[in-house]
Design a protein around this ligand. Structure first.
Ligand code: IMP
Length: 510
């Protein structure tokens, strides 16, 4: 299919999103020429928009999208990470032609349960479990080559074919000194520490920004690799002084170790931007998989208690090398309650027996560090904010089953500051965010076990009401509901049936 024709599909699926967002006049005006439905509603604002400047409407081909076509879809965490993105990616990957990780590193961890097998992956996208899906580690990811090669070994040991993996030559490498600096930085902060995963993520992204990073492609040239390591170490001498005698910092040792990784990775290293565009140009489906969550975003999250990359949907463009118009849908994955690992504000946090009970039921212990996660009620103020900054078109609500058995469920719809101020919106000021507490709407709980439920209509009325409340408050439809850890333990909603790759969509087609 010629590129131009294939690109016609981009934007067409925004019918749903535009329909939802007609109140966003500016945005709708932009899209009005593209989408028939919207141009009818807002036709009158087309010739002169906003301040009266004239803008020639962009001519777009008529929508070729049908709800059974899988579009370019971004999948992000819409809370503080650990929402269950791995499972949703795994489900979508089944029907996708490519899955691309676009940021973060092995600070992430996803658990995929397949029958009796459990896979714990940190770097390699869960698409790897699908033989025919191209599986990409994009340029925006930071790669610890030891973790990557260990993961490859483990997958091969379990007879998973890894030949479809491709690693961007431009992705940055986590070096031994990044991990040391991460440890040292946290130790220095003492009580103020962020609670990082200590995987070297922050120092690696810092080197990237300082243009001192070592990239995957550098592993293929010994001379360049050595030169770059010397340059990267030079400005760190002072901070690395406590590790001066550590053999891991020896130049020759690092170079040899990383060259070995390079040999092992060589067959996977590629120009991944080109590979992704080839798929898009052929009208194929690409899933862009984020790590962490919106509230850990370095720009939009609870800074400085955040990770060092951008887990929001916009970063899919940068971290995979596509443009905004290559993205058709943005799915936000959430848990039916809240969790957070590490330090930082968490307005709906619970403690005591209730927190322990949710933590135990939900198995809320980190895949990467094993740390007990902080738990709380669902925070709709934060979720509405996440929906905004990601342009969410759908929600996947995971772990609904964990909430069975509570008489009442609390849903945070507003924050209250220490002096009584009310916040309907997520406060931008750090001090305020640290001091607000949640105000809640009380909703009835349900007692039924949900793990066998596969149809939305078979959910207890209270569970349906709980989900409806979330969806209405945030203004985003729910596509998928998780009711257990296994990949079959999901419910595709009616809205989900019309979206990418759902089983319902497939059966509708049949
Ligand atoms: P870093 O990403 O290791 O620098 O850690 C920064 C913050 O992000 C810490 O609070 C971590 O606990 C948190 N974090 C990083 N990755 C994840 C994740 O995958 N899930 C949840 N929290 C994460």
């Amino acid at each position: 299919m010629p590129a131009q024709a294939a690109r016609a599909r981009v934007g067409a699926s925004r019918v749903g999103a535009a329909r939802e967002g007609t109140s966003r006049l500016g945005a709708a005006c932009e899209g009005a020429a593209q989408v028939g439905a919207v141009s009818t509603i807002l036709g009158s604002c087309l010739p002169t928009c906003g301040e009266g400047h004239t803008r020639k409407p962009r001519v777009r081909p008529p929508p070729a999208y049908t709800h059974l076509t899988m579009p370019g879809i971004v999948l992000v965490g819409a809370q503080w990470g650990d929402e269950g993105k791995g499972k949703v990616t795994d489900l979508l990957a089944e029907r996708a032609d490519a899955v691309v990780r676009f940021q973060g590193g092995n600070n992430a961890g996803h658990t995929i349960v397949r029958g009796r097998q459990t896979f714990k992956l940190h770097l390699i996208p869960s698409g790897i479990l699908h033989k025919n899906t191209l599986c990409v580690i994009g340029n925006g990811v930071v790669v610890d080559p030891k973790v990557l090669t260990d993961e490859l070994d483990e997958l091969r040991r379990r007879r998973v074919d890894t030949r479809s993996l491709r690693i961007s030559a431009n992705a940055h490498l986590i070096m031994p000194y990044h991990m040391m600096l991460d440890h040292a930085g946290e130790a220095k902060l003492g009580k103020l520490q962020i609670g990082t995963t200590r995987r070297g993520i922050g120092p690696c992204y810092a080197d990237k920004a300082a243009r001192l990073g070592i990239r995957v492609q550098d592993l293929l040239d010994e001379k360049i690799l050595k030169k770059k390591i010397v340059a990267a170490l030079e400005p760190k001498r002072l901070s690395l002084r406590p590790f001066a005698k550590d053999p891991r910092l020896d130049l020759q040792t690092i170079t040899e170790e990383y060259l070995t990784y390079g040999h092992r990775m060589a067959n996977y290293i590629a120009d991944t931007v080109r590979l992704v565009h080839e798929r898009l140009d052929a009208g194929q489906t690409v899933v862009f998989e984020g790590a962490q969550g919106a509230l850990l975003d370095i720009d939009h999250g609870t800074y400085p208690f955040v990770t060092s990359s951008n887990p929001v949907a916009g970063a899919a463009c940068v971290g995979a090398g596509v443009g905004p118009k290559d993205i058709d849908e943005v799915w936000g994955v959430i848990k039916a309650y809240g969790t957070r690992v590490g330090a930082g504000p968490f307005p709906t946090e619970l403690d005591g027996d209730l927190a322990d009970e949710i933590r135990e039921r939900g198995g809320e212990y980190g895949t990467t560090t094993g740390r007990a996660r902080r738990v709380g009620w669902i925070d709709l103020v934060a979720l509405r904010y996440a929906a905004q900054i990601n342009s969410l078109t759908a929600l996947a609500v995971m772990k609904l089953d964990v909430l069975s058995g509570f008489d009442r469920l609390c849903v945070c719809t507003r924050y209250r500051g220490p002096e009584g101020a009310e916040f309907d919106d997520f406060p931008y000021h750090q001090t305020m965010l640290h001091h607000v507490t949640g105000e809640y709407v009380d909703l009835p709980g349900w007692s039924e076990d949900l793990t066998e439920v596969r149809e939305e209509s078979d959910l207890p009325a209270a569970a349906r009401d709980y989900l409806q409340f979330i969806s209405d408050f945030v203004g985003v439809p729910i596509a998928l509901i998780g009711v257990g850890p296994g990949r079959e333990e999901v419910i595709w909603t009616e809205a989900g049936a019309g979206m990418a790759g759902s089983g319902n969509a497939a059966s509708a087609a049949a």
